[in-house]
Design a protein around this ligand. Structure first.
Ligand code: SF4
Ligand code: SF4
Length: 219
């Protein structure tokens, strides 16, 4: 299985991913007990266009990063199927529809944390060891028994409250983060604020301020 893991990781990196991890899920999702977590780093120059509000440049870039992730996840799922296992790619911005618009079949950050790639910050964002929160994530669920390569990390925010202080919506609670970020910020409040104030930029679907201010991204 180590060879297959190395092969899948090499393919994902070749196709455009910047980080790749493997894990066994605590609870099966859609009948799958294992997952590949993949991340694509966002452009520093694009993030520099965010001041105290989202930017058109960031909105377009966000969609491009999602499209790349979805392509890599799809291609990985096909590669896994060719090896005789089942695989379900979970889109970077998956939503379960109007009854649960802020959630996909699983939080990508949960698979990323279980893979040892980083931790969930007080912002509710996933902070990778290599790139902080300057990245987007996607997941491939599978029945291929791929075990974690790295230890699960503790939260590393310490006493920082930069994202809580900067959030224009007051949506970040500043509490001890959880693996899925559920109790760290109010997704509905964040979304409502963005839609009210930035309809002209991607109908208020992205912000980026909590990424921009995080000191872990300036390392
Ligand atoms: S995306 Fe913007 S509004 Fe939403 S939690 Fe982050 S800083 Fe606050
Ligand atoms: S800004 Fe500070 S508190 Fe917020 S996620 Fe980054 S390190 Fe953690």
């Amino acid at each position: 299985m180590n060879d297959i893991r190395a092969e899948l990781k090499a393919l994902a990196l070749e196709w455009g991913a910047d980080i790749v991890g493997f894990c066994r899920l605590d609870t099966p999702v859609e009948g799958f007990s294992y997952a590949l977590s993949i991340g694509v780093k966002l452009s520093d120059a694009v993030l520099a266009t965010i001041e105290n509000a989202p930017s058109f440049v960031y909105f377009q870039h966000y969609r491009t990063a999602n499209a790349l992730l979805d392509t890599v996840a799809f291609r990985l799922a096909r590669a896994i199927e060719r090896k005789g296992y089942a695989a379900l790619p979970v889109a970077a911005s998956q939503s379960l529809g109007k009854n649960d618009p802020y959630r996909g079949v699983l939080p990508h950050k949960t698979a990323a944390v279980l893979s040892g790639l980083g931790f969930v910050g007080k912002s509710g964002l996933f902070l990778s060891t290599e790139f902080g929160s300057k990245l987007r994530l996607a997941t491939v669920l599978t029945d291929m028994p791929v075990q974690r390569e790295l230890p699960v990390l503790e939260n590393g925010c310490g006493g920082c409250t930069a994202c809580q202080n900067a959030c224009p919506a007051g949506a970040i609670f500043g509490e001890k983060p959880t693996t899925d970020g559920e109790r760290n910020f109010d997704a509905e409040k964040c979304s409502r604020y963005m839609k009210e104030h930035f309809q002209d930029i991607g109908r208020g679907s992205v912000c980026g301020v909590c990424i921009k201010v995080c000191p872990k991204n300036k390392l």
